[in-house]
Design a protein around this ligand. Structure first.
Ligand SMILES: [Zn+2]
Ligand SMILES: [Zn+2]
Length: 378
Protein backbone atom coordinates (compact mmCIF):
# COMPACT_ATOMS: atom_id res chain seq x y z
CA UNK A 1 0.00 0.00 0.00
CA UNK A 2 3.03 2.27 0.39
CA UNK A 3 5.13 1.77 -2.74
CA UNK A 4 8.22 3.93 -3.15
CA UNK A 5 10.24 4.64 -6.27
CA UNK A 6 13.85 3.55 -6.84
CA UNK A 7 16.30 5.20 -4.39
CA UNK A 8 13.33 6.70 -2.49
CA UNK A 9 12.52 3.62 -0.35
CA UNK A 10 12.79 5.56 2.90
CA UNK A 11 9.67 4.22 4.62
CA UNK A 12 10.05 0.64 3.33
CA UNK A 13 13.67 0.51 4.45
CA UNK A 14 12.83 1.87 7.90
CA UNK A 15 10.07 -0.70 8.44
CA UNK A 16 12.28 -3.55 7.22
CA UNK A 17 15.06 -2.53 9.65
CA UNK A 18 12.58 -2.17 12.55
CA UNK A 19 11.17 -5.65 11.92
CA UNK A 20 14.61 -7.22 11.67
CA UNK A 21 15.71 -5.57 14.93
CA UNK A 22 12.52 -6.73 16.62
CA UNK A 23 13.34 -10.28 15.51
CA UNK A 24 16.68 -9.97 17.30
CA UNK A 25 18.95 -10.38 14.29
CA UNK A 26 22.63 -10.10 15.15
CA UNK A 27 23.54 -7.14 12.99
CA UNK A 28 21.19 -4.80 11.16
CA UNK A 29 23.00 -2.29 8.97
CA UNK A 30 21.02 0.45 7.26
CA UNK A 31 22.06 2.95 4.61
CA UNK A 32 24.01 0.41 2.53
CA UNK A 33 23.71 1.65 -1.07
CA UNK A 34 21.29 4.49 -0.07
CA UNK A 35 18.23 2.75 1.48
CA UNK A 36 19.62 -0.79 1.50
CA UNK A 37 19.45 -2.94 4.65
CA UNK A 38 21.86 -5.80 5.41
CA UNK A 39 21.31 -8.07 8.42
CA UNK A 40 22.96 -11.18 9.76
CA UNK A 41 21.39 -14.10 11.60
CA UNK A 42 23.89 -16.40 13.31
CA UNK A 43 22.91 -19.99 13.91
CA UNK A 44 24.10 -21.68 17.08
CA UNK A 45 26.11 -24.30 15.17
CA UNK A 46 29.19 -23.54 13.07
CA UNK A 47 28.82 -23.49 9.30
CA UNK A 48 29.04 -21.37 6.17
CA UNK A 49 27.37 -18.04 5.34
CA UNK A 50 24.59 -17.92 2.75
CA UNK A 51 22.77 -14.80 1.52
CA UNK A 52 19.23 -14.05 0.41
CA UNK A 53 18.23 -10.89 -1.40
CA UNK A 54 14.93 -9.08 -1.90
CA UNK A 55 14.37 -5.84 -3.80
CA UNK A 56 12.07 -3.12 -2.42
CA UNK A 57 11.34 -0.51 -5.10
CA UNK A 58 8.16 0.20 -7.05
CA UNK A 59 7.35 1.75 -10.44
CA UNK A 60 5.84 5.05 -11.65
CA UNK A 61 2.53 3.42 -12.66
CA UNK A 62 -0.95 4.48 -11.52
CA UNK A 63 -2.78 1.73 -9.61
CA UNK A 64 -6.04 0.72 -11.38
CA UNK A 65 -7.11 -2.41 -9.49
CA UNK A 66 -9.43 -2.22 -6.51
CA UNK A 67 -8.01 -4.52 -3.84
CA UNK A 68 -7.71 -4.01 -0.07
CA UNK A 69 -3.95 -3.56 -0.44
CA UNK A 70 -4.06 -1.13 -3.38
CA UNK A 71 -1.46 1.61 -3.56
CA UNK A 72 -2.20 4.71 -1.48
CA UNK A 73 0.45 6.71 -3.35
CA UNK A 74 -0.86 8.30 -6.55
CA UNK A 75 1.18 7.34 -9.61
CA UNK A 76 3.28 4.70 -7.84
CA UNK A 77 2.60 0.97 -7.74
CA UNK A 78 4.30 -2.29 -6.93
CA UNK A 79 3.87 -3.52 -10.49
CA UNK A 80 6.81 -5.94 -10.45
CA UNK A 81 6.00 -7.65 -7.13
CA UNK A 82 8.97 -6.32 -5.18
CA UNK A 83 6.58 -5.94 -2.21
CA UNK A 84 6.09 -9.73 -2.41
CA UNK A 85 9.86 -10.26 -2.43
CA UNK A 86 10.36 -8.00 0.62
CA UNK A 87 7.47 -9.59 2.52
CA UNK A 88 8.72 -13.11 1.77
CA UNK A 89 12.25 -12.26 2.94
CA UNK A 90 10.90 -10.76 6.18
CA UNK A 91 8.87 -13.97 6.64
CA UNK A 92 12.01 -16.05 6.12
CA UNK A 93 13.85 -13.94 8.71
CA UNK A 94 11.00 -14.43 11.17
CA UNK A 95 10.91 -18.22 10.76
CA UNK A 96 14.69 -18.63 10.92
CA UNK A 97 15.07 -16.27 13.90
CA UNK A 98 13.03 -18.77 15.94
CA UNK A 99 15.14 -21.79 15.09
CA UNK A 100 18.72 -20.65 15.62
CA UNK A 101 19.59 -23.82 17.54
CA UNK A 102 18.98 -25.82 14.35
CA UNK A 103 21.00 -23.55 12.06
CA UNK A 104 24.55 -24.53 11.12
CA UNK A 105 26.08 -21.28 9.89
CA UNK A 106 24.75 -17.78 9.22
CA UNK A 107 22.22 -16.18 6.92
CA UNK A 108 22.79 -12.75 5.47
CA UNK A 109 19.61 -10.86 4.57
CA UNK A 110 19.95 -8.25 1.85
CA UNK A 111 17.11 -5.80 1.22
CA UNK A 112 17.97 -3.83 -1.88
CA UNK A 113 16.71 -0.53 -3.27
CA UNK A 114 16.57 0.61 -6.89
CA UNK A 115 16.44 -2.70 -8.77
CA UNK A 116 14.43 -0.99 -11.51
CA UNK A 117 17.30 1.45 -12.04
CA UNK A 118 18.34 4.58 -10.15
CA UNK A 119 17.00 7.93 -11.36
CA UNK A 120 19.08 9.73 -14.00
CA UNK A 121 22.40 10.86 -12.55
CA UNK A 122 22.17 8.69 -9.40
CA UNK A 123 23.90 5.45 -8.51
CA UNK A 124 21.93 2.64 -6.96
CA UNK A 125 20.82 -0.96 -6.88
CA UNK A 126 22.83 -4.15 -6.50
CA UNK A 127 26.09 -2.75 -7.87
CA UNK A 128 26.11 0.12 -5.35
CA UNK A 129 25.26 -2.22 -2.45
CA UNK A 130 28.17 -4.47 -3.42
CA UNK A 131 30.45 -1.43 -3.69
CA UNK A 132 29.39 -0.44 -0.18
CA UNK A 133 30.22 -3.86 1.25
CA UNK A 134 26.96 -5.85 1.17
CA UNK A 135 28.91 -9.00 0.26
CA UNK A 136 31.75 -8.46 2.78
CA UNK A 137 32.15 -9.09 6.54
CA UNK A 138 31.21 -11.83 6.30
CA UNK A 139 31.29 -12.84 2.65
CA UNK A 140 28.49 -15.29 1.81
CA UNK A 141 29.54 -18.26 -0.30
CA UNK A 142 26.27 -18.35 -2.25
CA UNK A 143 23.20 -16.15 -2.76
CA UNK A 144 19.54 -16.87 -3.47
CA UNK A 145 16.74 -14.64 -4.69
CA UNK A 146 13.27 -14.99 -6.13
CA UNK A 147 10.93 -13.05 -8.41
CA UNK A 148 7.19 -13.14 -8.95
CA UNK A 149 6.02 -14.76 -12.18
CA UNK A 150 2.66 -15.03 -13.95
CA UNK A 151 2.27 -18.80 -13.62
CA UNK A 152 0.08 -20.46 -10.96
CA UNK A 153 0.56 -20.00 -7.23
CA UNK A 154 2.16 -23.15 -5.83
CA UNK A 155 4.52 -23.43 -8.78
CA UNK A 156 8.23 -22.58 -8.85
CA UNK A 157 10.05 -21.95 -12.13
CA UNK A 158 13.77 -21.97 -12.76
CA UNK A 159 16.52 -21.89 -15.35
CA UNK A 160 19.98 -23.40 -15.04
CA UNK A 161 22.70 -21.21 -16.60
CA UNK A 162 21.40 -18.01 -18.29
CA UNK A 163 18.09 -16.98 -16.71
CA UNK A 164 17.59 -13.35 -17.68
CA UNK A 165 19.28 -11.15 -20.27
CA UNK A 166 22.05 -8.64 -19.96
CA UNK A 167 20.78 -5.15 -20.71
CA UNK A 168 22.73 -2.18 -21.95
CA UNK A 169 21.10 1.15 -22.57
CA UNK A 170 22.99 3.05 -25.24
CA UNK A 171 23.00 6.54 -26.72
CA UNK A 172 24.32 7.30 -30.19
CA UNK A 173 24.89 10.83 -31.41
CA UNK A 174 25.64 11.41 -35.09
CA UNK A 175 27.45 14.67 -35.75
CA UNK A 176 27.14 16.21 -39.23
CA UNK A 177 27.23 19.75 -40.52
CA UNK A 178 24.42 22.23 -41.07
CA UNK A 179 23.69 23.58 -44.50
CA UNK A 180 20.78 24.97 -46.54
CA UNK A 181 18.32 22.17 -47.32
CA UNK A 182 18.82 22.81 -51.02
CA UNK A 183 22.63 22.88 -50.80
CA UNK A 184 23.41 19.40 -49.39
CA UNK A 185 26.94 19.38 -50.80
CA UNK A 186 27.79 22.15 -48.32
CA UNK A 187 26.85 20.08 -45.27
CA UNK A 188 26.95 16.58 -43.81
CA UNK A 189 23.43 15.24 -43.40
CA UNK A 190 23.16 13.62 -39.97
CA UNK A 191 19.64 12.35 -40.80
CA UNK A 192 20.82 10.35 -43.83
CA UNK A 193 23.83 9.01 -41.92
CA UNK A 194 21.64 8.06 -38.94
CA UNK A 195 19.23 6.22 -41.23
CA UNK A 196 22.10 4.15 -42.64
CA UNK A 197 23.39 3.47 -39.12
CA UNK A 198 20.00 2.14 -37.97
CA UNK A 199 19.86 -0.40 -40.78
CA UNK A 200 23.55 -1.31 -40.59
CA UNK A 201 23.27 -1.95 -36.82
CA UNK A 202 20.56 -4.56 -37.47
CA UNK A 203 23.03 -6.60 -39.49
CA UNK A 204 24.98 -7.25 -36.27
CA UNK A 205 22.06 -9.46 -35.24
CA UNK A 206 21.40 -10.92 -38.68
CA UNK A 207 24.93 -11.31 -40.14
CA UNK A 208 27.65 -11.00 -37.54
CA UNK A 209 26.60 -13.06 -34.49
CA UNK A 210 25.93 -16.80 -34.26
CA UNK A 211 22.21 -17.25 -35.05
CA UNK A 212 21.92 -19.65 -32.10
CA UNK A 213 22.91 -16.90 -29.66
CA UNK A 214 20.05 -14.60 -28.57
CA UNK A 215 20.63 -10.90 -29.22
CA UNK A 216 18.20 -7.99 -29.39
CA UNK A 217 19.37 -4.60 -30.58
CA UNK A 218 16.60 -2.03 -30.48
CA UNK A 219 16.78 1.66 -31.38
CA UNK A 220 13.90 3.08 -29.38
CA UNK A 221 14.19 6.81 -30.04
CA UNK A 222 15.54 8.94 -32.86
CA UNK A 223 15.61 12.73 -32.78
CA UNK A 224 17.31 15.29 -34.95
CA UNK A 225 17.04 18.35 -37.12
CA UNK A 226 15.46 21.73 -36.53
CA UNK A 227 13.58 22.69 -39.69
CA UNK A 228 12.33 21.25 -42.99
CA UNK A 229 14.83 23.14 -45.13
CA UNK A 230 17.97 22.83 -43.05
CA UNK A 231 20.35 19.87 -43.29
CA UNK A 232 20.50 18.46 -39.75
CA UNK A 233 23.86 18.61 -38.01
CA UNK A 234 22.92 16.25 -35.20
CA UNK A 235 20.79 13.16 -34.62
CA UNK A 236 20.48 11.47 -31.25
CA UNK A 237 19.30 7.87 -30.86
CA UNK A 238 18.72 5.75 -27.78
CA UNK A 239 18.30 2.02 -27.59
CA UNK A 240 18.76 -1.16 -25.64
CA UNK A 241 20.79 -4.29 -26.25
CA UNK A 242 20.01 -7.68 -24.68
CA UNK A 243 21.98 -10.93 -24.71
CA UNK A 244 22.19 -14.17 -22.73
CA UNK A 245 25.94 -14.52 -22.99
CA UNK A 246 28.67 -12.16 -21.73
CA UNK A 247 30.95 -12.92 -24.72
CA UNK A 248 28.18 -12.10 -27.19
CA UNK A 249 27.48 -8.96 -25.20
CA UNK A 250 31.10 -7.78 -25.42
CA UNK A 251 31.33 -8.71 -29.12
CA UNK A 252 28.08 -6.92 -30.00
CA UNK A 253 29.31 -3.72 -28.31
CA UNK A 254 32.55 -3.93 -30.29
CA UNK A 255 30.62 -4.47 -33.54
CA UNK A 256 28.34 -1.51 -32.81
CA UNK A 257 31.39 0.72 -32.50
CA UNK A 258 32.95 -0.70 -35.66
CA UNK A 259 29.71 -0.35 -37.66
CA UNK A 260 29.13 3.24 -36.53
CA UNK A 261 32.75 4.17 -37.25
CA UNK A 262 32.61 2.74 -40.77
CA UNK A 263 29.23 4.15 -41.75
CA UNK A 264 29.92 7.64 -40.39
CA UNK A 265 33.38 7.82 -41.92
CA UNK A 266 31.94 7.05 -45.36
CA UNK A 267 30.07 10.37 -45.11
CA UNK A 268 32.68 12.40 -43.18
CA UNK A 269 30.37 12.40 -40.19
CA UNK A 270 31.37 11.73 -36.56
CA UNK A 271 29.65 9.80 -33.80
CA UNK A 272 29.55 9.26 -30.04
CA UNK A 273 28.44 5.99 -28.51
CA UNK A 274 27.90 5.58 -24.78
CA UNK A 275 26.48 2.81 -22.64
CA UNK A 276 24.86 3.18 -19.24
CA UNK A 277 22.23 1.56 -17.02
CA UNK A 278 23.76 -1.84 -17.63
CA UNK A 279 23.00 -5.23 -16.12
CA UNK A 280 25.03 -8.39 -16.69
CA UNK A 281 23.41 -11.70 -17.64
CA UNK A 282 21.54 -13.28 -14.70
CA UNK A 283 23.42 -16.55 -14.63
CA UNK A 284 22.33 -19.36 -12.32
CA UNK A 285 25.28 -21.49 -11.28
CA UNK A 286 24.38 -24.97 -12.65
CA UNK A 287 25.96 -26.79 -9.68
CA UNK A 288 24.05 -24.68 -7.18
CA UNK A 289 20.82 -25.22 -9.16
CA UNK A 290 21.40 -28.99 -9.25
CA UNK A 291 21.94 -29.26 -5.52
CA UNK A 292 18.95 -27.01 -4.71
CA UNK A 293 16.28 -28.52 -6.98
CA UNK A 294 15.63 -31.76 -5.03
CA UNK A 295 14.56 -29.72 -1.99
CA UNK A 296 12.24 -27.49 -4.04
CA UNK A 297 10.81 -30.51 -5.87
CA UNK A 298 10.10 -32.15 -2.53
CA UNK A 299 8.34 -29.01 -1.25
CA UNK A 300 6.13 -28.14 -4.24
CA UNK A 301 5.82 -31.53 -5.97
CA UNK A 302 7.38 -32.49 -9.28
CA UNK A 303 4.55 -31.20 -11.57
CA UNK A 304 4.82 -27.77 -9.91
CA UNK A 305 8.53 -27.38 -10.60
CA UNK A 306 8.81 -25.75 -14.02
CA UNK A 307 11.93 -25.71 -16.14
CA UNK A 308 11.75 -22.39 -18.01
CA UNK A 309 13.36 -20.81 -21.05
CA UNK A 310 15.40 -17.68 -20.25
CA UNK A 311 13.60 -14.31 -20.20
CA UNK A 312 14.87 -11.26 -22.13
CA UNK A 313 14.10 -8.70 -19.38
CA UNK A 314 17.09 -8.06 -17.11
CA UNK A 315 17.59 -8.25 -13.34
CA UNK A 316 20.34 -6.66 -11.27
CA UNK A 317 20.61 -9.79 -9.08
CA UNK A 318 23.15 -10.60 -11.81
CA UNK A 319 25.69 -8.32 -10.08
CA UNK A 320 25.80 -10.54 -6.99
CA UNK A 321 26.25 -13.57 -9.23
CA UNK A 322 29.37 -11.97 -10.69
CA UNK A 323 30.90 -12.14 -7.20
CA UNK A 324 29.52 -15.40 -5.79
CA UNK A 325 27.43 -18.27 -7.20
CA UNK A 326 23.73 -17.48 -7.11
CA UNK A 327 20.36 -18.98 -7.91
CA UNK A 328 17.45 -16.71 -8.86
CA UNK A 329 14.16 -18.55 -9.28
CA UNK A 330 10.54 -17.64 -9.98
CA UNK A 331 7.58 -17.77 -7.63
CA UNK A 332 4.15 -18.35 -9.22
CA UNK A 333 1.74 -15.59 -8.12
CA UNK A 334 -1.04 -16.11 -10.69
CA UNK A 335 -4.39 -17.80 -10.24
CA UNK A 336 -6.44 -18.43 -13.39
CA UNK A 337 -9.53 -19.41 -11.37
CA UNK A 338 -9.45 -15.99 -9.68
CA UNK A 339 -8.65 -14.27 -12.98
CA UNK A 340 -5.10 -13.41 -11.91
CA UNK A 341 -2.59 -13.60 -14.75
CA UNK A 342 -0.23 -10.86 -13.65
CA UNK A 343 1.94 -9.20 -16.28
CA UNK A 344 5.02 -7.37 -14.95
CA UNK A 345 5.06 -3.57 -15.19
CA UNK A 346 1.35 -3.18 -16.01
CA UNK A 347 -1.29 -1.17 -14.14
CA UNK A 348 -3.31 -4.40 -13.62
CA UNK A 349 -0.48 -6.33 -11.95
CA UNK A 350 -1.85 -8.26 -8.96
CA UNK A 351 -0.82 -11.38 -7.07
CA UNK A 352 -2.48 -14.20 -5.21
CA UNK A 353 -1.34 -13.61 -1.62
CA UNK A 354 -1.10 -17.38 -1.06
CA UNK A 355 2.18 -17.01 -2.94
CA UNK A 356 3.64 -15.35 0.18
CA UNK A 357 3.24 -18.61 2.09
CA UNK A 358 4.82 -20.65 -0.71
CA UNK A 359 7.64 -18.12 -1.04
CA UNK A 360 8.53 -18.20 2.66
CA UNK A 361 8.32 -21.99 2.84
CA UNK A 362 10.50 -22.57 -0.21
CA UNK A 363 13.14 -19.91 0.53
CA UNK A 364 13.46 -20.89 4.20
CA UNK A 365 14.05 -24.52 3.23
CA UNK A 366 16.40 -23.65 0.39
CA UNK A 367 18.63 -21.67 2.77
CA UNK A 368 18.61 -24.33 5.50
CA UNK A 369 19.26 -27.05 2.94
CA UNK A 370 22.24 -25.10 1.59
CA UNK A 371 23.74 -24.64 5.07
CA UNK A 372 23.23 -28.28 6.07
CA UNK A 373 24.70 -29.48 2.80
CA UNK A 374 27.78 -27.27 3.03
CA UNK A 375 28.30 -27.52 6.79
CA UNK A 376 28.57 -31.29 6.33
CA UNK A 377 31.16 -30.98 3.57
CA UNK A 378 33.42 -28.50 5.39
ZN1 LIG B 1 10.53 -4.80 -12.75
ZN1 LIG C 1 11.40 -6.99 -10.63
Amino acid sequence: MHPELSNREERTSRIVAERLRALGLDEVKTGVGKYGVVALLKGSKPGPVVAVRADMDALPIQETIDVPYKSLTPGVKHACGHDVHTTVELGVAEVLSKMRDQIAGSIKFIFQPAEEGAPQGEEGGASLMIKEGALENPRPQAIFGLHTAAFEVGQIGYQSGPAMASSDKFTITIHGKKSHGAVPQGGIDAVVVAAECVTALQTIRSRRIDPLEPLVLTIGTINGGVRNNIIADEVKMEGTMRTLNEQVRARAKELMRQTLASVTSAYDAKFDLSFDDSNPVTYNDPRLVDETLPKIRHLVGDPNLLSLKPFMPAEDFSYYQKVIPGFFYFLGVGNKAKGLMPAWHTAEFDVDEESLVVGVKVMTNVLLDYLDHHAASR
